[in-house]
Design a protein around this ligand. Structure first.
Ligand code: NAD
Length: 279
């Protein structure tokens, strides 16, 4: 970027694996992409001490306006978009790193409306979804009749409670289907595991969280990668299938390629007006 051009100021909400990665990339390479770190917030502020410069630490999330940000990125928990997404969008573009938050219909409608009214963009990172823009184009053209997203991981790579957690633990010997049905019901059961499915639902609003089908499978024969398959069908026998293998450390919920995918998504966020945009 040339001197004198204004930089886009970025706020990071959450300082776990993804938050730390994004903060480091912004500090190392941000300026060459016209990006400047404006604040980092974490629920446990102690985690920021010694790693994030004091002037970049944000004590109270509701004070984010003081930092005059152009874009806020949530990489913490779905509850952040539900509680703060609307106020973020009134002031800035917002990338929701935990799009399972949008399976709550009230949250989805509230954030779509906030984007429309403010002219700021609600960005959805594609994550492990391959062909998201194509799905979005098919949907825009009224051609998308059905969409299924299947995610397969080693049983130890799921962070699940309740019935699904028990099923996953019981799948140490045998490939087991944990869930097969509408993505809407799956998101609250597996909020950290199915962000890719939620991104597909946002790319395909004509089907949405009730119409897109999600299938979650635990497979003990996949110790070091995650698989995401999509199948989109349209009129006259049209269909597309994709299969993505993402290397992941044994037991990791987040695959290695997801980190760089998030950075690439952030680079797309240049302001696309008051709408939802898959990045
Ligand atoms: N879109 C995608 O494809 C994708 C991929 C991976 C992870 N994610 C999501 O991004 C988020 C961050 O992932 P990560 O791997 O960095 O997780 P992580 O567990 O390493 O970090 C999460 C951070 O958020 C904080 N946090 C946890 N619960 C919170 C709450 N209720 N309120 C506020 N802060 C809270 C934790 O203190 C931690 O600092 C998760 O919600 C995860 O599901 C999305």
């Amino acid at each position: 970027m040339s001197e004198g051009q204004s930089k886009r100021r970025v706020g990071i909400v959450g300082y776990g694996h993804l938050g730390q990665y994004l903060v480091r990339r912004l500090q190392d390479n941000g300026l060459q992409h016209g990006l400047e770190l404006a604040f980092v917030w974490n629920r446990d502020a102690n985690k920021l001490k010694g790693t994030v410069p004091v002037e970049l630490q944000l004590g109270k999330l509701t004070d984010f306006l003081e930092r005059r940000v152009d874009i806020i990125i949530e990489v913490a928990h779905p509850c952040i978009a539900q509680a703060h997404g609307e106020s973020f969008l009134k002031a800035a573009d917002f990338m929701v790193g935990s799009p399972t938050a949008l399976a709550d219909l009230e949250t989805e409608l509230k954030l779509r409306e906030a984007a429309r009214q403010s002219g700021h963009t609600l960005y959805i990172p594609s994550g492990a979804l391959w062909g998201g823009q194509d799905i979005q184009r098919m949907d825009d053209g009224g051609m998308l009749q059905a969409l299924t997203v299947t995610m397969v991981k080693h049983p130890n790579s799921f962070r699940l409670g309740g019935h699904l957690g028990e099923l996953a633990q019981g799948a140490q010997q045998k490939r087991t289907v944990l869930y097969d049905g509408p993505v809407r019901r799956l998101c609250p059961l597996a909020p950290n595991n199915v962000n890719t499915m939620a991104a597909a639902c946002m790319a395909a609003p004509s089907l949405g969280f009730d119409g897109v089908k999600g299938c979650l499978i635990a497979d003990p024969d996949l110790p070091d990668y995650h698989v995401v398959e999509t199948e989109a069908t349209g009129p006259g026998g049209f269909s597309v299938r994709t299969r993505r293998k993402n290397p992941a450390a044994c037991g990791a919920v987040t695959g290695a390629a997801t980190f760089t995918a998030f950075w690439s998504s952030l680079l797309v966020c240049q302001g696309h007006g008051g709408r939802v945009y898959l990045c």
